[in-house]
Design a protein around this ligand. Structure first.
Ligand code: ADP
Ligand code: MG
Length: 331
């Protein structure tokens, strides 16, 4: 006969197993788009899941290649950025769609999001192999800034740039688009429960076994701490932009990779922003836009409608009414 304690142990153990790591999780991590991309799939057939991940990763690499402004491989974005000014150019349709989306978000965000900052982003150098440790000179920023502003024009279906410093950079939106394409590939392989997490840019599908997917929002100043958790399921994206991933401190001042397009300097409205949207393209672009807007971005998010959480530069937490969070620390 089983002793009552033994029985309790068995019950508790099986409970823990069912709540903990579901046994059918298939994980893979690849380095892409300058970050670790983690695929998690819940599917009974490991072989199908592995093929689906490989194909999704290939598709995401294709997206990186057509949008990146770094490296030697030619693409239409690099070509446009070098064209003589006032030369009309036709982008491949996929690039054109993301450019249209970017220009639209620029308008909706009152210029907080800008796809034409490549010259400034390169001057700051946060995407270089060797990250910077001192800011560029104020004169060099002042020199570039006017040429990056309101400098894209459309002629019919073609685009042209009106200054040599008007150069496209999809760094704040293309990772989200790549995740969306990756998810489409997973769906094609019949995957219904999955997560793609590209360094905090996440899209998820379905459920994590019996449970919702659980996501934590980091404390921007104590990266090992989580300030809020969310339980999400279905087909949804959640993306965080922060000033704590790519930054340096010089003379006590933090400098990071999200620029205020109006000043050419890092934006100091927020420490981090998290956005929930129906796809990762929108969530990625808006997490950057709201980062620059700071707490006044909450009203804009509510109208769109997006769900958002902003930790401002004083560490205060603001969020949209519908943000489905469980705050672990008091705002
Ligand atoms: P991450 O790439 O770390 O996820 P973001 O999605 O916020 O962060 O994108 C930051 C990148 O976007 C920068 O490295 C730069 O290439 C570009 N960028 C910087 N500031 C802006 C801005 N205000 N609007 C659009 N793109 C920006
Ligand atoms: Mg972004």
């Amino acid at each position: 006969m089983l002793h009552i304690n033994t029985l309790l142990f068995i019950v508790i153990t099986s409970f823990l197993l069912s709540c903990g790591q579901p046994s059918k999780d298939i994980h893979e991590t690849r380095f892409m788009m300058g970050t670790l991309v983690r695929f998690t799939i819940v599917h009974p057939d490991k072989d199908i899941a592995k093929v689906a991940i490989r194909k999704a990763a290939q598709e995401m690499q294709r997206i990186e290649d057509i949008f990146t402004i770094y490296g030697n491989k030619p693409n239409s974005v690099k070509k446009f950025n070098r064209l003589p000014i006032h030369t009309p150019f036709t982008f491949p349709s996929e690039v054109n769609v993301l450019l249209e989306t970017s220009v639209h978000i620029k308008k909706q965000s009152h210029g907080a999001f800008s796809p034409s900052l490549a010259a400034l982003n390169k001057l700051w150098g946060f995407s270089n192999a060797e990250p910077p440790s001192t800011p560029p000179s104020p004169a060099s920023i002042q020199n570039l800034l006017p040429g990056t502003q309101n400098c894209l024009q459309k002629q019919g279906k073609q685009w042209l740039r009106t200054s040599p410093n008007c150069q496209l950079d999809f760094g704040a939106i293309a990772k989200g688009y790549a995740i969306d394409r990756g998810i489409e590939v997973l769906k094609k392989y019949g995957i219904q429960h999955a997560m793609i997490d590209a360094g905090g840019d996440i899209r998820l599908l379905g459920k994590h076994g019996e449970n919702d997917w659980r996501i934590g929002i980091r404390d921007p100043r104590h990266k090992d701490n989580v300030i809020a958790t969310l339980s999400l399921h279905g087909d949804v994206s959640i993306v965080t932009s922060g000033d704590y991933e790519r930054y340096f401190i010089s003379h006590g001042q933090r400098y990071h990779h999200i620029l205020n397009p109006k000043s050419g300097w890092p934006s100091y409205s927020s420490e981090s922003t998290t956005v929930i949207a129906s796809n990762a393209t929108l969530a990625d672009a808006w997490s950057t836009a709201l980062f620059v807007l700071g707490k006044k971005g909450i009203k804009i998010a509510e109208k769109l409608p997006l769900q958002a959480l902003i930790i401002d530069s004083n560490g205060q937490v603001y969020h949209t009414k519908g943000m489905p969070i469980n705050l672990l620390t008091k705002p």
